[in-house]
Design a protein around this ligand. Structure first.
Ligand SMILES: Cc1cc2nc3c(=O)[nH]c(=O)nc-3n(C[C@H](O)[C@H](O)[C@H](O)COP(=O)(O)OP(=O)(O)OC[C@H]3O[C@@H](n4cnc5c(N)ncnc54)[C@H](O)[C@@H]3O)c2cc1C
Length: 318
């Protein structure tokens, strides 16, 4: 192994969290290596924002496309001195220090590791849904709801996230149709009551989205709902469909090595990015199922770099 394969800090992932961690680590003279990903879990270098068109809520940019924003972050990380490798990490061993990180057969050693592998939004898996992503199909009301002000929209799901998304959208949109496959919600009673008492939200129970309408017009014009009890279908005119059936955190690599919450997200010590293994830090959506925004991911990426720098200093290695 070359000496170059032993790094003070290795950052896994290149969404807003990984690149913010890279920028801060590079500026702290930690000579970081960012393994930016390739296609693990369906995510790509740049992360989730590579799959969206306009971003209008990242401070400093009134409007920028997701890929442009991520390219700027990547350029900045490289300019500050981050080395970037385009590949997926295939295995890690955090049982002893230096930590081991493999990219296929190539082994890298790290004194500290920052995990920023993100999360993937779950979708229904319909062809029409895939064709209309970014054209009215979204998995993030906070990100895309404002594009549909005063228009009717649909939300799909029955958990707390679906309740939150429906409630949030009711403040912006003319009407929200909440589509749920069962007769009862999984969400907490408080959230359900809030939705049921909201005059702008109509709940359609025992139903699934059979098709998203509008593929020919290249924008969502409605949803075709199928009642699971009667098999009857109904078309509901909407301008957007928000899928709120959860996210999958990209934690497979760390199973058995780092503690996770029951929902699979990485555990961090509250108010920090420290994981259950000293010297391993986690930032962004892989440890956050609450906020799930580019700015919060970048914020925790910054925290992870500062936590890593302070930890390395305390070890006397930096
Ligand atoms: C369609 C869509 C639109 C959105 N719009 C907005 C918006 O307008 N505004 C906003 O603030 N937020 C938006 N979000 C949310 C935002 O994109 C996320 O909160 C943010 O990207 C999370 O950043 P992250 O760095 O934690 O992870 P991610 O962006 O998920 O990036 C994870 C990175 O880890 C890499 N990775 C995963 N596994 C491995 C591995 N084994 N080895 C190496 N690398 C790996 C991936 O390749 C990727 O680079 C949107 C999300 C989606 C899906």
């Amino acid at each position: 192994m070359s000496a170059n394969n032993h790094r003070k800090v290795i950052i896994i992932g290149s969404g807003p969290a990984g690149l913010a961690a890279s920028i801060y680590s590079a500026r702290a003279n930690l000579n970081p290596l960012c393994i930016e990903g390739f296609n693990a879990g369906g995510l790509i270098p740049g992360g989730q924002l590579m799959f969206t068109s306009d971003v209008e809520n990242y401070p400093g940019y009134e409007k920028i496309t997701g890929p442009d924003l991520m390219q700027k972050m990547r350029d900045q990380a490289e300019h500050q001195g981050t080395e970037i490798i385009t590949a997926d990490v295939s295995r890690v061993d955090f049982s002893q220090r230096p930590f081991k990180v493999w990219v296929d057969d190539d082994l890298y050693l790290a004194d500290a590791v920052i995990i920023a592998t993100g999360a993937r939004a779950n979708y229904l898996g319909l062809e029409s849904e895939e064709q209309l992503k970014n054209k009215g199909v979204s998995a993030c009301a906070v990100c895309d709801g404002a594009f549909f002000r005063n228009m009717p929209v649909a939300v799909v799901g029955g958990g707390d996230t679906a309740m939150e998304e429906a409630h949030y959208l009711s403040g912006l949109c003319s009407k929200v149709t909440l589509v749920h496959r069962r007769e009862e919600f999984r969400a907490s009673k408080t959230m359900v009551d809030r939705v049921l008492n909201n005059p702008k939200i109509e709940v359609v129970y025992n139903s699934v989205v059979d098709q998203v309408l509008g593929v020919d017009q290249e924008k969502v014009t409605g949803v075709r709902l199928k009642n699971l009890k009667t098999n009857a279908t109904t078309d509901v005119p909407v301008n957007a469909m928000f899928v709120a059936i959860g996210h999958t955190p990209m934690t497979e690599l760390f199973v058995g090595q780092l503690e996770t919450h029951p929902n699979g997200y990485l555990k961090t010590v509250p108010g920090s990015t420290r994981t259950s293994v000293e010297g391993v830090f986690a930032s962004g959506d892989v440890q956050d199922w609450v906020y799930r925004q580019a700015i919060t991911a970048a914020g925790t990426g910054c925290m992870a770099a500062l936590d890593a720098e302070r930890w390395l200093s305390a070890q006397g290695g930096h």
